[in-house]
Write a protein that binds this ligand. Structure first.
Ligand SMILES: Cc1cc2nc3c(=O)[nH]c(=O)nc-3n(C[C@H](O)[C@H](O)[C@H](O)COP(=O)(O)OP(=O)(O)OC[C@H]3O[C@@H](n4cnc5c(N)ncnc54)[C@H](O)[C@@H]3O)c2cc1C
Length: 459
């Protein structure tokens, strides 16, 4: 089949999730012709099965806790129950509104949106629904799927986040397999909704990618919230009978539960899509791409979760925009992976950027750290939350890591990312005035202390 003008584009993008649609929007803005191929729903995992619906659940969880804890603030509230049909209606409405907005945005940019399952059939061609779309450039953006473990079938009461987002009941008991970001977020939701929760994690600590101090504080807070967790333990298997799941550990221990949530990470969606046949280097399913998001095949780029690194929506957005600008000849600066902010929305929230203390020691040798306890922060005390802001700086140099934990601390990541990405010295930040009483002050106070002039800081 020869390429016709209506099937030829400057860019053909396979996958309409965060990475793919961001690339399409930016490319269209830059005057490039774009085809965007999507087999499911525009917006992908983040909008439909990830960031947005989980954060809606977490907000409902916060409302439940607020109702429970009113008395603590002198307000007489009682918590009755969680009505999952109401929670789901609220969540679906949020997703639906954003979905509609995104569809309108793509339509308004004269992007050729092609529905169907696409496949790379040549280095410049994606075949979809009997059409061959030829691109001067092709962008692979097919995202990721929820993994399981060998021998662990996802069915019935054994589920991944994908099914857990649509539960129509609150399970009395939940075992969460995996203490990473998705695992602790769901654990937090289930606990607030009234479930008895146990997290099982093979690594020695929860949220093991974070600074060790953050894991310790999260574990302390989860203990206080009566969320059980077992770290450094290996899962052996699970069996289901009726609505009950028996989870066994390698230690010989078994745990009976009403739901097993498998949150053991996400694998790349690349199998059977023709990538390797087109000559693209794929390693354990991931597409290998340079810091300029280029694969080893000229004209083929890759963005988002299929590229090894942080699996985050805003990384996908940034890479998508980057590739569109790269193709348009704007020569954008490469993305610093360490400069990508990370937020985990459990209660308490975790927000971090840059190097952990351990990573910084390895990378820079001599470093200094400072922990500012939220005990000295007025707004955090008003909210009744505990936690800290931890700074890591190169000795006599810029701040290279900011690690925060506490209710609502995710909102503080904006300033933290400026500090890291602009390579600020503690003294640069110390002279900026932070509004009182905000949690943002805690960031200011931590820098004041590290600059040698602490204010509300207890040694
Ligand atoms: C439970 C959960 C919570 C999360 N929370 C957050 C969060 O709070 N913040 C955050 O930053 N990130 C979060 N993430 C991660 C975020 O969702 C992903 O990093 C992001 O969606 C990756 O974007 P992507 O474009 O690479 O892939 P995806 O969003 O997965 O999009 C890929 C798209 O490609 C399509 N596709 C695949 N194969 C084909 C094909 N052959 N033909 C056509 N189309 C195809 C898929 O249908 C999909 O729409 C969360 C993820 C999960 C699962």
């Amino acid at each position: 089949m020869s390429a016709t003008a209506e099937n030829t584009f400057d860019i053909v993008i396979l996958g309409g999730g965060s990475g793919g649609y961001a690339c399409a929007l930016r490319a269209a803005e830059l005057g490039l012709s774009v085809a965007l191929v999507e087999k499911g729903k525009l917006g992908g995992t983040c909008l439909h099965l990830g960031c947005i619906p989980t954060k809606a659940l977490l907000h409902a969880a916060e409302v439940a806790d607020t109702a429970r804890e009113g008395e603590q603030f002198g307000v007489k509230t009682t918590f009755e129950s969680v009505d999952m049909s109401g929670v789901n209606a609220y969540k679906d409405e949020v997703v639906g509104r954003l979905y509609k907005g995104l569809q309108g945005l793509v339509k308004s940019k004269s992007i050729e949106y092609v529905e169907g399952s696409g496949r790379l059939v040549a280095k410049n061609t994606v075949e979809v629904a009997g059409r061959q779309l030829v691109g001067k450039n092709v962008v692979l953006a097919t995202g990721s799927y929820a993994k399981s473990l060998p021998g662990l079938d996802i069915a019935g009461r054994i589920m991944t986040s994908e099914q857990a987002l649509f539960l129509d009941f609150v399970p009395p008991r939940v075992v969460v397999l995996g203490g990473g970001v998705i695992g602790v977020e769901f654990a937090s939701v289930f606990k607030s909704f009234g479930s008895e929760v146990t997290i099982i994690e093979a690594l020695p600590r929860l949220v093991a990618a974070e600074d060790e101090a953050i894991s310790k504080q999260l574990e302390r807070s989860f203990r206080k919230r009566k969320i059980s967790f077992k770290t450094g333990v290996k899962f052996a298997g699970a069996t289901q009978s009726g609505d009950v799941v028996q989870v066994s550990l390698e230690s010989g221990e078994t745990i009976e539960t009403d739901l097993l949530l498998v949150a053991v990470g996400r694998g790349p969606v690349t199998a059977g899509l023709g990538y390797e046949e087109a000559g693209v280097t794929v390693d354990r399913g991931f597409v290998m791409a340079s810091e300029r998001c280029q694969t080893n095949v000229e004209g083929i780029y890759a963005v988002g979760d299929i590229v090894p690194g942080l699996q985050l929506a805003h990384r996908g957005f940034a890479q998508g925009i980057f590739v569109a600008e790269q193709i348009a000849g704007l020569n954008p600066p490469v993305i610093d992976e360490m400069g990508i902010p990370r937020v985990t929305y459990c209660d308490p929230e975790i927000a971090s950027i840059g190097y952990t203390e351990t990573q910084a020691k390895e990378k820079f040798g001599e470093i200094e750290t400072y922990d500012y306890n939220l005990g000295g922060n007025g707004k955090s005390q008003i909210l009744g939350t505990q936690g800290f802001v931890k700074l890591v700086r190169q000795k006599d140099g810029p701040v290279v890591g900011v690690h925060m934990i506490g209710a609502r601390m995710g909102e503080q990541i904006g300033e933290a990312q400026l500090i890291y990405n602009w390579e600020a010295l503690p003294s640069d930040v110390a002279q900026l005035i932070h509004a009182h009483p905000t949690q943002n002050e805690a960031l200011g106070e931590a820098h004041l202390a590290l600059a040698g002039k602490p204010l509300h800081a207890h040694a």
